[in-house]
Design a protein around this ligand. Structure first.
Ligand SMILES: Cc1cc2nc3c(=O)[nH]c(=O)nc-3n(C[C@H](O)[C@H](O)[C@H](O)COP(=O)(O)OP(=O)(O)OC[C@H]3O[C@@H](n4cnc5c(N)ncnc54)[C@H](O)[C@@H]3O)c2cc1C
Length: 300
């Protein structure tokens, strides 16, 4: 329907995408393929010929970051400086985006009836209005440090991650990761993998790792065994009541953790791998959101 409606189109259809991570880039590139008479590149079970009709389309991606950050690799990024350098690619360094406009900025508001978005551009810090025919919200969740790096440019990101890795490497008496969910497990395991001589302890408040995940108990048990095989030490069923940041006589810093059993643990670096992520939907009309700020979607 879109193809025939726009067959005689006077101008390209403007598609504005908020977010240039997995969902945003996936949308942009598949749409570009479909509008160019090709199979969408993410569809590998293709049969027959693609629909050859072409649709003029002008795709713009707005992201607060200056590039694509491979977010799910954060635990390895925060352990390996070699890997960290590869996990962020500025949008202007990605050949596949050459026919897509990218803007570094933050979508502040969309007015769906007027079909326009207000963006604060990162460089000018000024609001700009961007008209669109179709808007795609792919702005995901906001996640706290150290679950993911907080930098918005590649240059800052390199500084942020390398300084964290240095403090993990230099931590006398080892590193403690607090929180045995998926992120904490992966962080502890990646540090041990990259720095095998560093002492790594994971503390989790429940008796089972991954306790809040809807996974079978034998999966959780396998995760515990696999983690212990890497050499990570586990303390389960203990809460961290307090973290004291202290200074040695020689001026070096260390932390003391007080656990619910009364035990004290001393280490050179504490990583809190727990945080509640919040939807990044502040720009959406309030009526479209539920009480947790997620977009209310219809089954279709
Ligand atoms: C440490 C970690 C490990 C994970 N591992 C896995 C895994 O192994 N497998 C898996 O399937 N999932 C994993 N996940 C979950 C996965 O990261 C998410 O499902 C995925 O990132 C969602 O992608 P997205 O494109 O929807 O949003 P996001 O990745 O959250 O990206 C949103 C983008 O929008 C931008 N943005 C936000 N607000 C605005 C705004 N107002 N204006 C402009 N831009 C904005 C952000 O800068 C960001 O680039 C992991 C998550 C974490 C934290």
């Amino acid at each position: 329907m879109v193809a025939s409606n726009f067959a005689l189109q006077a101008r390209p259809i403007k598609v504005l995408i908020a977010g240039g991570s997995y969902a945003g880039l996936g949308t942009a590139l598949n749409l570009l393929d479909l509008c160019s008479g090709r199979f969408p590149r993410f569809e590998y079970n293709v049969e027959g010929e693609p629909d050859p009709r072409k649709i003029g389309v002008e795709i713009t991606i707005v992201d607060e970051r200056d590039g694509y950050y491979h977010l799910i690799s954060s635990p390895l990024v925060l352990a390996s400086s070699d890997f960290a350098k590869k996990a962020w690619r500025r949008f202007d360094e990605i050949p596949a985006l050459k026919n897509i406009k990218t803007i570094q900025g933050s979508v502040q508001r969309i007015e769906s009836k007027l079909q326009k978005a207000t963006i604060i551009e990162a460089n000018s810090k000024l609001p700009t209005e961007v008209p669109y025919d179709f808007f795609v919200g792919a702005s995901g969740l906001r996640r706290a440090w150290p679950v993911v790096p907080q930098s918005l440019t590649k240059a800052d990101y390199i500084g942020e991650t390398l300084s964290h890795i240095k403090s993990v490497e230099a931590a006398a008496n080892g590193v403690v990761v607090v929180g045995g969910g998926a992120v904490g497990i992966e962080m502890a395991a990646e540090i041990k993998l990259v720095m095998p001589t560093q002492r790594v302890t994971l503390i989790h408040s429940r008796e089972n790792l991954l306790s809040s995940e809807p996974l079978p108990n034998d999966f959780k048990e396998r995760s515990r065994l696999a983690l212990e095989e890497t050499g990570v030490e586990l303390i389960l069923g203990e809460r961290v009541l307090e973290t004291l940041n202290l200074t040695n006589e020689d001026g070096s810093q260390y932390s003391e953790l007080i656990l619910s059993s009364g035990a004290h643990i001393t280490c050179g670096c504490v990583i809190h791998a727990m945080s509640k992520s919040v939807p990044s939907t502040a720009y959406m009309p309030q009526a479209s959101l539920d009480d947790q700020q997620y977009v209310q979607v219809t089954p279709s």
